[in-house]
Design a protein. Structure first.
Length: 275
């Protein structure tokens, strides 16, 4: 009898992460759900008959501890779904000294993936990261990854840039390792995303909460990419929902810049660049 696939989903306590975890568990996978809020994360774990881990991506030591726990508990990791992160409306820094959007949306999942990578490769697994069409408006400046020299403007520039960094990370991961790696835009999903953002509050007010697609619809690409079906496109592909080859910033196609970003990200989280 074949053992169930082990799928780790971060940001699984609500939104598309929760919806995907439920659907993947119904498909027979063993779910490991990771979230910041203990009560909600443990509830999702109960709902899917899985395992809960509480982790604050604003603390890289939490991410390192999470990786150790996962490696100790799971001889196989078939899928790592990097779904945690979000929009930060007021600029602030983490306990590690990084701007919060940069850390939660890029550095923390980068670190977690790197620490689990050997196990994922051994399992013949894949990495799936939630990105956004907002990557097209991102702008990577190596002298300002912490977004200290540019106007904040509600955090949208930093958010778009973090999703551009996500796509660059996935493309480099595909180049540097045998793991299958994909990023996707789930669509404009009506969830708790950006609940502290003035612009998102205005959208919610003007539409009476009836904007975007449902969390169920937004979870579909994550469910498909994390599911057992072979993905018939090249590793490193970025999807717009279920369509491969989504719109990306020109910087996403700059391989030399992506290599520099990989090396810099490795340095920032205390890892060697080589995998």
């Amino acid at each position: 009898m074949t053992a169930p696939r082990t799928i780790v989903v971060t940001g699984a306590s609500s939104g598309i992460g929760r919806k995907a975890a439920i659907a993947l568990a119904e498909g027979g996978a063993e779910l490991v759900v990771v979230g910041r809020d203990r009560q909600r994360t443990e509830q999702v774990a109960r709902d899917v008959g899985g395992e809960a881990h509480v982790c604050d991506f604003d603390r890289l030591d939490d991410v390192r501890s999470l990786a150790q726990e996962l490696l100790a508990a799971h001889p196989r990791i078939d899928v790592l779904a990097n779904n945690a992160g979000g929009l930060v409306s007021q600029r602030s820094t983490t306990a590690d000294g990084f701007e919060r959007t940069l850390q939660s949306n890029h550095l923390a999942p980068f670190l977690l993936t790197r620490l689990l990578l050997d196990r994922i490769v051994e399992s013949g697994g894949r990495v799936v990261s939630t990105s956004s069409t907002a990557n097209f408006f991102g702008q990577v400046r190596l002298d300002d990854l912490n977004w200290a020299k540019r106007p904040w403007l509600g955090g949208w520039g930093a958010y778009g840039t973090s999703k551009l960094l996500t796509n660059m990370f996935i493309s480099q991961l595909a180049r540097r390792s045998p793991v299958k790696a994909f990023a996707f835009h789930p669509g404009f999903v009506s969830t708790g995303f950006g609940r502290d953002s003035r612009s998102m509050r205005m959208v919610n007010l003007l539409t009476n909460g009836n904007y975007g697609i449902s969390a169920d619809a937004g979870a579909v690409p994550l469910i498909q990419l994390a599911g057992p079906t072979t993905i018939g496109v090249a590793s490193g592909t970025y999807f717009d929902q279920l369509k491969p080859g989504g719109l990306q910033s020109p910087q996403a196609r700059n391989v030399e810049l992506a290599e520099v970003v990989w090396n810099k990200s490795s340095e920032l989280v205390g890892l060697p660049a080589a995998v």
